[in-house]
Design a protein around this ligand. Structure first.
Ligand SMILES: NC(=O)c1ccc[n+]([C@@H]2O[C@H](COP(=O)([O-])OP(=O)(O)OC[C@H]3O[C@@H](n4cnc5c(N)ncnc54)[C@H](O)[C@@H]3O)[C@@H](O)[C@H]2O)c1
Length: 333
């Protein structure tokens, strides 16, 4: 079987075209409802005009296509992904899975009913520094995990004049889902969260532009996520993972990460610097994993339920910052 791909959404979604191309999968169609964006991408990737579409509905019954990537506004993920799943196409959809409980529940249900694979693009799981951090934690080199923190700091000053200003597209869900998903991947599901928010930098959005959430995991582990979508600094997802025998400090934009370990007496040794590739949108690896699941009928690591659980934590954080009360994320999907 050969993968034949349709890519929906030609802004950030162009990285999915590149991911599919680097895998060697033919691009059967690109689609964008904006003519100019469609033309730009078509010319950039030399996609012939007959393979450029303004309406994704024209692709649902296209028998040639068996894999679809979806990179359109978050509010549309549910409708477009579910339409393709119902048409029997394998779908890789951008994060966050969706913005509301109702929408994530529906995607989980439709993905369960479909024979096709569904993957949500939680890209941090393919970021070299984070892959290395996960490998180090699992190797036991830092002992037992007791605290994990990650942040999503990204200046949205020029990025919040459209669908990102929707009240449901809170920064914790839209961008913070990266940090939440990363710590879920490494430390498991938080049982309870408590959050505060502030709103000083982006008056044009109807939600807090900075949020800090602390969380309690099982087995004596705590965590923290900080999200700032108005911050005045370079984009980063600084992450620190504390274990009983060591500490890992890493992010998604630096060429090195730091590993602290201890000597036989438990005293902290000189830190080791580990070189890593800087590739915080590792679309090639993401597409490779998507393709592997389809071609070899493997389970998808970030399936609809995983994406839904990450959204559940984000929704709990937003709720806690609004009510001032701790909230237990609802993982019943
Ligand atoms: N993984 C990441 O780090 C990352 C980074 C940026 C964006 N994203 C996600 O990617 C998605 C797209 O974000 P973006 O920055 O490209 O947004 P954008 O608003 O810049 O572009 C969206 C594109 O989708 C097109 N579009 C809208 N509705 C459509 C429809 N019904 N059919 C076809 N095309 C349609 C628009 O014309 C536009 O070209 C979002 O879900 C976003 O959260 C992920």
């Amino acid at each position: 079987m050969e993968l034949k791909v349709a890519n929906i959404g030609m802004k950030f979604g162009m990285c999915h075209v590149e991911g599919a191309m680097s895998f060697g999968a033919p691009i059967e169609a690109i689609c964008d409802s904006n003519e100019e964006n469609l033309r730009f991408a078509g010319e950039r990737y030399s996609i012939p005009e007959e393979k450029r579409f303004l309406d994704y509905n024209d692709l649902l019954n296209n028998k040639e296509i068996n894999a679809v990537t979806v990179a359109i506004p978050d509010q549309l993920h549910k409708k477009v992904s579910c339409d393709f799943l119902r048409a029997g196409k394998n779908v890789l959809c951008e994060k966050p899975l969706a913005l509301t409980r109702e929408d994530v529940e529906e995607i989980v249900r439709v993905a369960d009913e479909s024979e096709a694979k569904f993957m949500v693009g939680q890209i941090c799981r393919f970021t070299p520094a984070f892959e290395k951090a996960k490998e180090l934690v699992e190797s036991g080199v830092i002992g037992e995990l007791y605290f994990i923190e990650s942040e999503y700091a990204h200046d949205y000053m020029k990025l919040c004049d459209d669908w990102r200003a929707d009240p449901n597209r809170h920064g914790v869900i839209g961008g913070g889902c990266h940090a939440v998903d990363l710590i879920r991947w490494i430390a498991g599901d938080p049982q309870e969260v408590f959050a505060y928010g502030t709103h000083k930098l982006l008056p044009q959005v109807p939600y807090n532009d900075a949020t800090i959430a602390v969380m309690k995991f099982g087995e004596n582990v705590a965590g923290k996520v900080f999200v700032s979508t108005g911050c005045k600094r370079d984009y980063t997802m600084r992450t620190v993972i504390y274990g009983t025998k060591g500490t890992i400090i890493c992010d998604n934009t630096s060429p090195t990460m730091t590993l602290f370990t201890v000597d036989e007496e438990g005293v902290t040794k000189e830190p080791q610097t580990i070189e890593v590739e800087v590739n915080n949108h590792n679309a090639a690896r993401e597409f490779e994993v998507f393709a592997d699941a389809i071609l070899n009928d493997k389970p998808v690591l970030t399936d609809a339920r995983e994406g839904a659980k990450t959204v559940a934590v984000c929704l709990a954080i937003v709720e806690s910052s609004t009510t001032g009360k701790p909230v237990k994320p609802d993982y019943t999907f």
